[in-house]
Ligand binder design. Sequence first.
Ligand SMILES: C[S@@+](CC[C@H](N)C(=O)[O-])C[C@H]1O[C@@H](n2cnc3c(N)ncnc32)[C@H](O)[C@@H]1O
Length: 321
Amino acid sequence: MEYPHRPVLVQEVVQDLVTAPDGIYVDGTVGSGGHSEAIGRRIQGRGQLLCLDRDSEAIKISKQRLSFLGERVRFIKASYAEADQVLRDLGWGKTHGILLDLGMSSFQLERSGRGFSFYRDEPLDMRMDSETGLTAAHLIHHLSENELEGILRQYGEERRAKAIARRIIQERKTTPIFSSLHLARVIESVVPRSRRLGAKHPATRTFQALRIAVNKELEHLALFLEKSPSVLCGSGRLVILSYHSLEDRKVKQTMMQWEKGCQCPPTLPQCCCGKSPLFRRLHKKGIRPDQREIEENPRARSAVLRAAERITTHDTSHQGL
Ligand SMILES: C[S@@+](CC[C@H](N)C(=O)[O-])C[C@H]1O[C@@H](n2cnc3c(N)ncnc32)[C@H](O)[C@@H]1O
């Protein structure tokens, strides 16, 4: 069967993640189950896989795809930031590896009907979990111009944040913006025609910013990173695929800090707390897909894989582990 999302760097993910075939693994962002299928084919014996996603459609699709794993696999609709609680509730204890494949799936972009794409005329929702939280349309109609500008600047790194926020506020006074295509047209009207010929659609950064704000993506990632050392067993591994610099920066800085064993802010020139390393990074630089993979799957072009392994001998007494 053809699945709506093509997984990125599959071989590399499985190689970094699965070190004990009879271990317990967590796919925190199961999506259409592409990575989970590859992980599931590697586990054996007492090996088990826990699949999480905030999107109930993703759970439905992956359940069907991973049915070959039978009792070995469990599916829970939850944020990966709650993985610790889910593992406790299941009585599974600590895990040998956790995968996060951040961002959204091709299913959400192309088939969910929730306004993630500026090429489709859909209600401006953008929630990955359609059962909770505020929609993108709600933000657009309730934020002040300054708040909207801040979101576009912070989460979209949008240079035209001020002009776009102002134009959106003007538009909403006369015509409420409830559809993705309407919002895309409003943004296009701010960007001079001569600047529209570049590779990126002028609405790319605004849509990214709104999606991140609606789903509180950076908050979930920060919470997960804070808790993840306590979820992994000794030598357990964390593998994270990021698709934009905001996520990747956070992942990279956290892993570097773990490796230093340091609790000092990343802005300090050197560690002054003297703690031993908590993790070792598997790659000093992020792994990126090669040209062939990018040609076959253009969505892979911005992917960066980072991975770290917990150090067994680390004195955890002061970490509360
Ligand atoms: C890039 S897709 C994953 C694709 C998957 N690896 C595959 O092979 O099909 C990202 C998925 O993460 C989910 N997601 C995003 N934020 C999440 C969170 N905080 N907790 C759980 N799932 C999340 C999205 O709903 C989406 O299904």
